[in-house]
Design a protein around this ligand. Structure first.
Ligand code: COA
Length: 295
């Protein structure tokens, strides 16, 4: 087995590998090739190959929008090559880099129990459970907009300021093991909107008396979409607003040919699960959030 840094020639094999490991991954070769490089994240990526075939990949970087010393890492080994020490060898590379870049709190995810046990053996703590679920957006019909509410696609607005305002209002209520960081507008846009896959015509805001009160952000690639963020301002909850904006997002996405809609919800987020259940989302996988304080 050879472990080496990623090269541009690895892209198509890496995309295949990522999909073999994470069925719902929203990644294509064009996305990898055109992804903007942010030097501040000090990102490093590796691959492992056996007889010229790429069998695993790993990454470690600073999560610059999540606070000082926050970092992200992942290790993915092709299912047929698991249990042979490749993950451990890649994790050594990851650990060395995390040390070099001054990482203090590292976050990762596991998508099955074997992944959780591997992470725990390597000092990670498995925390919250995220239900990954899936629906066909054609099942969602647009809902009637209440007379005191204005519903707009984000693409109809001059910028993302209203989206940022409401995201800051509900952000602290999103269940998470990592501390909530309230980003100023410019950094929030860079963290969220730097993503070329955002579909602003399928991302919606609800306004009450000109106040932005609910927001859903959608990413689309081909016939797949992910709801990245949905929330309602405290004081406006339980009035059907999250349902309204998700219905708008899903039904608009259906008209764009989207057939697979994914969403990620903390298994204790009763209200968000209730909203999604209405649109026919069915559990696909349970992901675990993994964190490790660097020694
Ligand atoms: C989850 C959230 C978006 C729901 O927004 P909302 O505008 O209140 O949603 P809706 O009014 O459309 O629907 C809420 C549903 O949850 C149900 N619900 C069940 N338990 C609930 C609870 N403990 N609190 C609130 N709603 C609850 C409501 O009954 C309702 O279902 P129904 O319409 O079938 O009666 C809102 O609570 C929120 O912003 N939370 C913080 C942000 C978050 O966690 N977002 C998800 C991760 S990105």
């Amino acid at each position: 087995m050879l472990i080496r840094s990623v090269t541009p020639q690895d892209t198509s094999a890496r995309v295949k590998l990522i999909h073999a490991c994470v069925d719902f991954a929203m990644v294509t070769a064009e996305m990898i090739d055109s992804a903007p490089v942010n030097p501040a994240t000090l990102t490093r990526r590796w691959v492992a190959e056996i007889d010229g075939d790429l069998v695993a990949t790993a990454m470690a970087e600073l999560a610059i929008y999540d606070g000082a010393g926050a970092a992200k890492a992942d290790v993915m080994v092709a299912p047929e090559h698991r249990g042979t020490g490749i993950g451990t060898a890649l994790l050594q590379k990851v650990d060395g880099h995390l040390k070099e870049i001054g990482a203090r709190l590292v976050t990762s995810h596991a998508f099955d129990e074997i992944g959780v046990r591997f992470a725990e053996r390597n000092g990670f703590t498995a925390g919250r459970r995220t239900r990954v679920s899936k629906t066909d957006p054609e099942r969602a019909l647009p809902m009637a907009v209440p007379s005191d509410i204005k519903l707009l696609a984000v693409s109809e607005l001059p910028d993302l300021r209203a989206a940022h305002e409401v995201a800051l209002a509900f952000g602290p209520d999103i269940p998470s093991d990592t501390p909530y960081v309230a980003l100023p507008y410019d950094k929030w846009v860079a963290a969220r909107h730097g993503n070329a896959r955002l579909a602003l015509d399928c991302s919606f805001l609800a306004f009450a008396d000109e106040i932005p009160v609910a927001f859903t952000l959608t990413e689309i690639i081909g016939d797949r979409m992910i709801s990245l963020l949905t929330g309602t301002r405290p004081g406006y909850r339980q009035r059907g607003l999250a349902s309204l904006i998700k219905a708008a997002a899903l039904s608009t996405a259906a008209t764009r040919g989207v057939r697979h809609a994914y969403t990620f919800n903390d298994t204790e987020n009763v209200a968000m699960l209730a909203v999604n259940d209405k649109f026919g989302y069915r559990p696909d996988t349970v992901a675990r959030e993994l964190t490790r304080v660097q020694r």
